[in-house]
Design a binder for this molecule. Sequence first.
Ligand code: FES
Length: 170
Amino acid sequence: MERIETEAPAREEIGAGYAGRIFRQIQRVIDDTGGQAGTLIRVLQQAQGLIGYLPPPVLKTISRDLKIPLSELYGIVSFYHFFTMVPKGRHVIQICLGTSCYVKGGQRLLDTLKKDSGLEPEGITPDGKFSLETVRCLGCCGLSPVMAIGDDVHRKVKPGEIKDILSPYE
Ligand code: FES
């Protein structure tokens, strides 16, 4: 898969290949909305729907064409939890590092994941199967430490159990 360049290309620079195709589709989304700033959330949602996340070149293109400062776009994307600037795996692992989970070993879960699969927070495995996030509370502090895989919440997790927990998702 061709990597999207880090600078948003000008319209006339958009060439063949994956990146060009994606940018043409995003351009269509922007054009369909009439380039109105009021349609920003829809443009962001549709752009994310095309590639699964909103990398800087995509945000730069949207900023340029909707004439919205890039800093404002970054603010909006980080405010709404359903937007992401990093690619997500098919299964999103969340390790809770809220106070209760941290005290009961949440950091050890994170260290084990890093050691066993090389996953860092905001990272994704090379095969795109798993990505990792840290969160502040998953709402079941009495059963710390907690990790979630998608909607499945695993409670009182011990580092040695992580491999078995992940295997059904492989
Ligand atoms: S602190 Fe981890 S579930 Fe609340």
